[in-house]
Design a protein around this ligand. Structure first.
Ligand code: GRF
Length: 212
């Protein structure tokens, strides 16, 4: 059975969705860069080993990433999942886990990479927003896309209501991507594209606002 390590920085709701999704893999550990990440308690309640590598204890990104990689590698994971992990990782770190490192991002990439995605989507008045699971490459938030979910932006949405609608979908697509990965249904191909062995294609179109 494949082994995964999940990296978090805070609330940990995506991590929780992964823990509760009955995935065909073993969660070897949850690691945080902050000792006060709420998600650590959720992991402990699920009986998952936890560890903390405080980024503030290291003088620069290289030394932090080296310490983080050492901690991760002690669990010998097949895959490493970023789930609200709020640190930019160095190219060395990313290269070390090439094809084995996934991230969830709260926008329909390549739109709205970076932070404050929901506020920026509302400001621009887009009518469709969403979330993306992708392989991590050194190009921040621009790695090969595995799966996306789109949601409508509805009238009177606030950052909070839109974030909640997107988060609900994050909790669906991240477990799906990890299930594919652990069942060897997907991999990062040599051309830097995601290779699917099997893919059920959705037949739905999301039109927002609806056509009358
Ligand atoms: C999620 O919206 C995720 O997409 C982003 O950070 C947030 C983390 O939330 N990268 P949680 O810690 O998983 O609840």
């Amino acid at each position: 059975m494949k082994k995964i390590v999940i990296l978090i920085s805070g609330r940990g709701s995506n991590m929780q969705a992964l823990l509760e999704a009955k995935l065909p893999c073993r969660v070897a550990a949850v690691i945080s860069n902050r000792a006060d990440a709420e998600g650590l308690n959720i992991a402990k309640a699920h009986g998952i080993p936890t560890a903390v590598v405080e980024h503030r204890d290291y003088p620069d990104r290289d030394s932090f990433d080296a310490a983080l990689a050492k901690k991760i590698n002690a669990f010998h994971p097949d895959f490493v999942l970023l789930a609200g992990f709020m640190r930019i990782l160095t190219p060395n770190f990313v290269a070390h886990y090439h094809g084995r490192l996934l991230n969830i991002h709260p926008s329909l990439l390549p739109a709205y990479s970076g932070t404050n995605t929901h506020a920026r989507a509302l400001y621009d008045g887009v009518k469709i927003h969403g979330c993306t699971v992708h392989f991590v490459t050194p190009d921040l938030d621009h790695g090969p896309i595995i799966i996306q979910a789109a949601v409508p932006v509805i009238r009177d949405d606030t950052e909070q209501t839109l974030a909640a609608r997107v988060l609900h979908e994050e909790h669906r697509i991240y477990p799906q991507a990890v299930r594919w990965l652990c069942q060897e249904q997907i991999k990062l191909g040599e051309q830097g594209k995601v290779v699917f062995r099997y893919r059920k294609q959705t037949g739905y179109t999301l039109v927002s606002p609806g056509v009358e």
